[in-house]
Design a protein around this ligand. Structure first.
Ligand SMILES: *[C@@H]1O[C@H](CO)[C@@H](O)[C@H](O)[C@H]1NC(C)=O
Ligand SMILES: *[C@@H]1O[C@H](CO)[C@@H](O)[C@H](O)[C@H]1NC(C)=O
Ligand SMILES: *[C@@H]1O[C@H](CO)[C@@H](O)[C@H](O)[C@H]1NC(C)=O
Ligand SMILES: *[C@@H]1O[C@H](CO)[C@@H](O)[C@H](O)[C@H]1NC(C)=O
Ligand SMILES: *[C@@H]1O[C@H](CO)[C@@H](O)[C@H](O)[C@H]1NC(C)=O
Ligand SMILES: *[C@@H]1O[C@H](CO)[C@@H](O)[C@H](O)[C@H]1NC(C)=O
Ligand SMILES: *[C@@H]1O[C@H](CO)[C@@H](O)[C@H](O)[C@H]1NC(C)=O
Length: 405
């Protein structure tokens, strides 16, 4: 109980601090930054592993400007990577030769890396200023599925002149595709297979403290609303909140272990062999990379039994949807082939919840529970030995749906 209360206070405090409008850039330098990491981004990571990625700018129908990275290759179909919540394309490269992005690029696949609206690379809009206009942050994963993915997929298909992409997602990066398939069925034929790593959809069996935090989110939101504070961005790359997390996680001698044992492992599942303390100093300069608070609110709504569009509350729902309840997503319409790769030790995306998703999706072509019993919610992108534990499962699906050059 004490732990739960502490998490609640901790989150409230972080959100509070993150809302301060002071420019803290000078105030809070990261403590002891490993010099090679502090300015590292996708391009410098890719350069380190011998690639010169191309950078594309994609504008969505609702005006968001997204950055799409491309390491050219010659596979039968382009491979599109989609990252998780508040994450960015970087994590697909972060383990170097042991990460999926570098591995497939080295093998000659044509690989593309998406960045969702609101993250450090896609924090732009044709008319809205993310720093001064709260309307910019009026989106959740619904808009990422409905607007971002179509714009990204169409750009890739246009550039490559191929009929479809092979998609590989992590966590919320998969949820976007369930929404895409259900709300824009014409896109089902533009994805030849969607490989869902640690898929997120239903969150009714999520374990504490994630469940506790998710259930606290609406109350935190109400608290701020009652103070006339609108929370906009969440865990922005340069935000005070993220700087504090970075300072905590890199605090000399004890920060790395504290970070793992009080934040990362409780949220994602304990797997000490796959995520060593020193690696915290690497990933903490790439994750978190920012999203909207509204997305966190929508995520918290997935703890209910239904899978629906954003719930604004009865009165506002009538204005937005002409219905007191938000429309449910009809997963029967998401007919693209899905491979669901899950883990027993995933505290966020649990096997019972993935099981419900598996029943609802009409075209699940592969369902695999990772053979590593400790496989958690972060291992797919942060784990040290994924070429042993995870890549064979991915290769099996790729072999069936996408040829190597
Ligand atoms: C973060 O700050 C750096 C340095 O001030 C700047 O170059 C970068 O554009 C900022 N990123 C975001 C997402 O605001
Ligand atoms: C934010 O953008 C919206 C839509 O363009 C506009 O109606 C509103 O006035 C803007 N608000 C501010 C503070 O600029
Ligand atoms: C957010 O989007 C919804 C749905 O498109 C719209 O009804 C609402 O007015 C928007 N809110 C703001 C603050 O822009
Ligand atoms: C596709 O590419 C061509 C040029 O290569 C361009 O003229 C056209 O507008 C593009 N279409 C889309 C939908 O991006
Ligand atoms: C919040 O704003 C409303 C209307 O703008 C005002 O009536 C109310 O007193 C404000 N509440 C606080 C706590 O500032
Ligand atoms: C709103 O819903 C009502 C009842 O379902 C329907 O009769 C009406 O045509 C709808 N209005 C719009 C604008 O869609
Ligand atoms: C979902 O879509 C399927 C396929 O079109 C349809 O048969 C079914 O009635 C839909 N379900 C709902 C609740 O609309």
């Amino acid at each position: 109980m004490v732990v739960i209360q502490n998490f609640y206070l901790y989150l409230t405090a972080l959100v509070t601090i993150s809302q301060s409008r002071v420019n803290n850039a000078q105030l809070l330098p990261p403590l002891n930054p490993p010099p090679e990491n502090t300015n590292s981004d996708f391009i410098s990571l890719a350069n380190r592993y011998g690639f010169q990625p191309l950078q594309h700018e994609v504008t969505t129908d609702d005006g968001y400007i997204l950055t799409l990275f491309h390491i050219p290759g010659r596979s039968k179909y382009p491979v599109l990577f989609t990252h998780g919540l508040a994450d960015a394309a970087d994590l697909w490269l972060l383990r170097g030769e042991n990460s999926l992005g570098v591995t497939l690029a080295n093998e000659g696949y044509d690989v593309w890396f998406a960045n969702s609206r609101g993250n450090r690379y896609s924090r732009r809009h044709v008319s809205l200023d993310p720093d001064n206009n709260a309307t910019y942050w009026n989106f959740s994963f619904h808009e990422m599925g409905y607007y971002d993915l179509p714009a990204i997929i169409d750009r890739i298909l246009n550039e490559t002149q191929k009929p479809s992409v092979t998609a590989i997602g992590h966590s919320r990066g998969n949820l976007m595709f369930y929404i895409l398939g259900a709300t824009r069925p014409e896109y089902n034929s533009k994805v030849n297979v969607m490989i869902s790593l640690e898929p997120i959809c239903h969150l009714t069996n999520t374990k504490p403290p994630v469940m506790t935090i998710l259930q606290a989110v609406p109350f935190i939101d109400q608290l701020f609303n009652s103070l006339n504070i609108t929370i906009t961005e969440f865990l922005g790359y340069n935000s005070t909140m993220t700087r504090l997390v970075r300072a905590y996680c890199t605090y000399p001698n004890i920060g790395n272990e504290l970070c793992l044992n009080t934040i990362i492992f409780p949220l994602f599942g304990f797997d000490e062999k796959e995520l060593e303390p020193s690696f915290v100093n690497v990933f903490i300069y790439h994750f978190p990379a920012g999203t909207s608070w509204m997305e966190v609110l929508h995520l918290s709504q997935l703890t209910r039994k239904d899978f629906s569009q954003f719930d604004y509350g009865t009165a506002q729902n009538v204005l937005v949807y002409n219905s007191s309840v938000p429309p449910a997503y009809n997963l029967t319409l998401a007919t693209m082939p899905f491979a669901l790769l899950a883990g027993r030790n995933d505290r966020l995306s649990t096997l019972p919840d993935v099981g419900v998703l598996r029943k609802q999706l009409p075209n699940v072509v592969d369902y695999t529970v990772n053979r590593r019993a400790l496989f958690n919610h972060a291992d797919a992108v942060l784990g040290r030995h994924m070429p042993d534990y995870l890549f064979p499962d991915i290769r099996r699906v790729l072999k069936r749906y996408n040829k190597r050059p």
